[in-house]
Design a binder for this molecule. Sequence first.
Ligand SMILES: *[C@@H]1O[C@H](CO)[C@@H](O)[C@H](O)[C@H]1NC(C)=O
Ligand SMILES: *[C@@H]1O[C@H](CO)[C@@H](O)[C@H](O)[C@H]1NC(C)=O
Length: 977
Amino acid sequence: MKVAVGLVVCLCLAAGGNAVKKPTGMRVLGGPSDNPIGTTPPNFPGGQIANDAPPGPFFQDFRPPFPTDAWWSGFTVGNQDATVAGPFPFQCATTANGLVMGLSDHRDFDGTSIKVNTQQDWTVGIADLPNDLSHRKATSWDTQTVCLQYFNNGGATMDTCLVPGSPYMSFKFTNAQVVLTSNKDAITDFQWVTPGTKAKVTHAGGTYIIYVTSGNLQLAQDGTTKLVSPPGFGFTGTIRLAKLKEASQEAILDTHSSAIPSGLDMRYTVAGDVSTQTWTWSVSEGNAADLLILSWPHHRRVLQNPNYVGIQYLTLKGQMKGVRGNTWTLRHELPTISWFAQNAPHASCLSELKKTLEAEVNKLEVMIPGDFYFWGGAFGRASRLALIAEHIGETALINKVVDILKQSVNYWFQPGRTPSAAFETGWGGFINKDGWNNTWVDFGNAYYNDHHFHYGYLLQGAGTIGKYDAAWLNEHMDFMVHVARNVGNPSPNDPHYTVTRHFDFFAGHSWASGIANGAGPRDQESSGEAINGYYGLLLFATAINNQALIDWSRLLVAMEIAGAQEYWHLYPKTTDPENPYPEQAFRDLTTVGNVMDTQAGAWLFWGAERIQIAAIQILPLTPIGQYNYDRERMEGVLEYCKVELDDSRFGDDFKSVIYAAYAKVNPVQAYEYSSNLFDWGSGNSASNQLYFVATQPSTGDICSAGSQTPEGLYNIQDVATGQYVTVTADGHLTASTSADVLGEKFILAFTPGGGTIKSTSNNKFVTAGPDGTSALTAARDTAQSYETFRWAAQGDGTHFLTAMVNRAYVTTVPGSGEMFNNANATNGVQASRYRITETEETSPIQVPARGVLRSKQNNNYVVSTNGDPVLRATAAGAGDATTWAIARLAGSPDNAPQFTIQNTATNMYVTGNADGTTVLAATAPAPQAWEYFRIVPYQGSYILIHAVSGHAVSLQGDNTLIDNSNSIDNGALWDIV
Ligand SMILES: *[C@@H]1O[C@H](CO)[C@@H](O)[C@H](O)[C@H]1NC(C)=O
Ligand SMILES: *[C@@H]1O[C@H](CO)[C@@H](O)[C@H](O)[C@H]1NC(C)=O
């Protein structure tokens, strides 16, 4: 509830100079706390701005802050006439004629959603209301209730306090002519049951009981659709309307009709890991002990010693059941997880986790904000890397991450930069200024959409920085406390922010929608991000060591999780009679995508894939998911999503969190599923995935060495042909030599999601095309997704090789030996098997700087002269042979050094050609690529490999030399003496 202060001047003017009495007589009710997180005024880099959807005259007696996601927000913005769901079990709307109210008679399942459409049964008003927006206004509100007044220019008023859970709508009239208008055709029956105190009226919307609890009301039918009190006789007193759905309800409604709720004070305490909330309704008439309030399933799970009454109403959230008395006590167990998962990562996962984390931290870049939402997801993701580093003792990585986080968030502190954070003055809140007049900017951020999603990430990241750098957080404390107040303020005494902007304490969960589009039916798609919103608040509270805020955010986390499990998670096999969704076919859909005020369905505004609908209730993956991802649900989700999970055409990002959450069921299986991932989306990472899986309780190993990427220096051999893979001058990988020494030495290394393959002869990473139509080529200086491969070890020690870019197996083309990533399970192309053999780091090759060459085949020495520069192994004695100067090519790789071979008599260099089809001759005056050779020691002799053709120099029948051999025999061996 809000007490108006400080608006005297402008209201006096608005009222034409007559002093207007502010409603100051209201009891200060509300809660949950008297103590705000902070009270400082906003001072943001973006300054102040009002969005273009200002609060309407409904708030004429008040000044901001105003609620932006209350069930009654539809009364407050635009035309102030959106139909809202509430106060449950009713739906209503404010119009110029009065309060429209109804109670839906339908609950339908359409194959995707349960729908309980709003129903307009009656309009309750007074005579002589002007046709405008300004003759109705709020008089008070609290965490659940809104009280409002209709008034005409003749001094007549109608006051009502709309209290969620009350099965009666109550209206207090002063000097007014009462007008009840049927919105469901003609009144078919109207009679007083007890003259002056109880009547019944029936129309196509069913039967309502009218209780007159005070005053002397005369009510008569006027025409076919109206009940009115006599004109010219101002009625002062109270009436209540209750819908009689079943005859059995009447006696109970009679019994409780005299106790009228007017508001609710919510308080909570935390002792250890348990929170106790006390909800105390005030009554404006009658005996508080007789108060009847209807409860939802999520209430009944935590209500202590309820005094149930046998009356119920079916709503979207299941049966509402009556509880007697004006005090509820609700008990929640609180999460004990904060920064870290509850267990240390399993030992079997540590080395992989460490490697993965290192790789991801080394790749981390400063995220530059373009908005709050996407930036926030990346910022939150990055912050997890620092925490994982701490948990596994990789302390050197922490600062690296924290530095990047700081650079990233610092953008928000820079004046003059866009997007910028600004204070929205119409309602009171922290917004992305860019969106002040555009609902499409940052998901309607400036219209108070999704703030708990957006700022949960910011709080999570800022809290993480603060954990490691308290001075930094101190410096930015005011900004961050404003962010926390904007979504997590627990107190009506904060002068700038409404109480817990998105959380609906009666509904038991948050809503994401704000005031855009007239604040029509509310919705929330991502229960996962809602939980994360309050988890972010918890981490921030922990970082600043604010115990009150820690307690409060733990409670919010606990309630949001309970709400998600009750209304978003579907349990096909449940037999729980309290389940809100008794429709088996609906529960078979296993996951709600969107809960709205009037429907809950397995659909999203933005995506139709099952994995998307399920994943958005899981992400972001953080340790708090330990509570949210319950076993029964995850079993259902995996089964429900199986076809998409198994189909590589569906992206990995959403699959990743489903697999991770499945670790609650079976961590070993979850590890295996996760090992097939290649992309974790912008909010998850390979380390975070592995961390969640590895921290599940397990009696045996979770991670297995078998699926690890081979690392080191390897030859690769095509098993079918026995040929070793070489790298040609244009970088193509070809299985083309039967000699391992002629095979390329590849550096195989780990990268998240697989491994990289790097050629040692050209120092480039092997890359694969996304369509599998170009040969694998060693051609890239850095490794990204196209350069990621996975080796799958087979039982016989061979491997299949998958190019992750298209998840196709690599196959060797017979003949050319070129390798393509074009084999998959469905296109009939066979995957090749490869044998990888660890090979030695070549020790610095000792090649004589000068010498004569002798063939191991014919034992003759090589001669080349000015007159006949062709190399011929014809000389019987060393004295007749040509002496060669052999020089290492500067810059050639140590693993595969290259040399030039120069005739010391003629100064000419030995040359071949690219194909290995011409005889070698010492004819080149200056060495270029065709004059480069690798010289490899082998069995006491040397192999000479032409750098371009990739073939070994071999003795021909006519004693000439040609680089045309792919196998090693004596013809390809040479002594240098
Ligand atoms: C918002 O206001 C700016 C500046 O006045 C204007 O250029 C822009 O077109 C407006 N956007 C929308 C969606 O109205
Ligand atoms: C298999 O490869 C073909 C192209 O050869 C491609 O059209 C198809 O989508 C691939 N199938 C799978 C399941 O990846």
